[in-house]
Write a protein that binds this ligand. Structure first.
Ligand SMILES: Cc1cc2nc3c(=O)[nH]c(=O)nc-3n(C[C@H](O)[C@H](O)[C@H](O)COP(=O)(O)OP(=O)(O)OC[C@H]3O[C@@H](n4cnc5c(N)ncnc54)[C@H](O)[C@@H]3O)c2cc1C
Length: 300
């Protein structure tokens, strides 16, 4: 199907993009990688009257390591993140980027667009919530920094005003003896995951959990921080028993709906298994082991 007619505007700066959003009204939309917006327009589930393309705004694509932080431009593509040497120091980010959809989507889709879309099935929300993440946003009132936990309000809903844009994303590097892992279970590459689990932990000695975060994806209207699962491990020895208790708490925290990807019960069981697996990988990484991990596919 063809998209509903729209006008196209190429912004040279974010200030110009913000002004255009104001001038062109509520039905105008920002165009980044177009990997969510264009399919929705072609299915006529979105009918913007104007698109404001930010792909020609300079300085929005970089990934820099600075002062204990990783800084992503909003237009950093999933592939840029996957290939970045700076990102390799935080393996959970690589796990996430390398498994999103297929090569074509990863070459176009952006980290800023993914967070702005706030799709409950998106991989970045769950992954980045395990880390100290903030978004730098710009609009007519100037710049503001918003913590990721305050940015996504509901499914497909953020705190951004209509004329406000994401300029960049900042992730604080985890302390020494930390490890993380992202496990997403998919039916095939170009579909969203059925369920996912993101885990980031810091060790005290060899196996005591000093701190940790567990976040569940695709099993609620937004990514869910499983705080009771974290409590099962924080300050305790990580072993088979505590991992099992954390996985059970994660199952309780999930709020899935039955749909074409599986029943709610199936997704609860799946998310518990993914948490267990992610914890095992995160633990090995925190001990300094190199472990390849990422999305898992049916039948692989
Ligand atoms: C076949 C297919 C499979 C996919 N599978 C997955 C998957 O498994 N996991 C996953 O996470 N994603 C998946 N995606 C989505 C993909 O990751 C997109 O890249 C992402 O959702 C949106 O990023 P984008 O840059 O394409 O944004 P766009 O589609 O350009 O924009 C999305 C929304 O965000 C707004 N927006 C974009 N950038 C900004 C900005 N800087 N400031 C303010 N608002 C902005 C737009 O106005 C629009 O409303 C898939 C997409 C396709 C087509």
């Amino acid at each position: 199907m063809y998209a509903h007619p729209f006008s196209y505007h190429r912004a040279k700066s974010l200030a110009e993009a913000s002004k255009l959003l104001q001038q062109l009204g509520d039905e105008s939309r920002v165009l980044a990688g177009g990997q969510s917006l264009i399919p929705l327009m072609k299915m006529r589930l979105a009918r913007p009257t104007a698109l404001i393309d930010i792909n020609f705004v300079p300085g929005l694509s970089g990934i820099q390591s600075h002062n204990g932080e990783l800084r992503f431009g909003a237009l950093a593509r999933h592939t840029d993140v996957e290939m970045s040497e700076a990102v390799a120091t935080i393996p959970i980010l690589h796990d996430c980027a390398a498994g999103i959809a297929d090569v074509q989507v990863r070459n176009q889709g952006t980290i800023g667009g993914s967070l702005a879309e706030a799709d409950p099935s998106g991989d970045w929300g769950a992954t980045l919530l395990t880390l100290e993440t903030s978004l730098q946003c710009t609009g007519p009132q100037g710049e503001r920094s918003i913590r990721l936990e305050d940015f996504i309000k509901d499914a497909y809903t953020t705190v951004l005003a209509h004329d406000e844009l994401v300029r960049g994303i900042t992730v604080k590097k985890p302390p020494r003896n930390s490890g993380g892992a992202y496990q997403a279970f998919k039916r095939s590459a170009p579909v969203y995951a059925t369920a996912s689990a993101a885990v980031q932990l810091t060790l005290e000695g060899k196996d005591i959990c000093r701190d940790m975060r567990v976040v569940l994806g695709c099993v609620g209207l937004t990514a869910i921080r499983a705080k009771k699962a974290e409590d099962e491990l924080r300050g305790k020895k990580i072993d088979g028993k505590t991992i099992q208790r954390a996985a059970e708490a994660a199952r309780e925290a999930a709020e899935p709906y039955s749909d074409m990807r599986g029943s709610a019960d199936y997704k609860r069981a799946l998310v518990a298994a993914l948490v267990k697996r992610a914890l095992g990988i995160a633990l090995r990484r925190a001990r300094g082991e190199r472990v390849e991990a990422g999305h898992e596919y049916v039948g692989r």
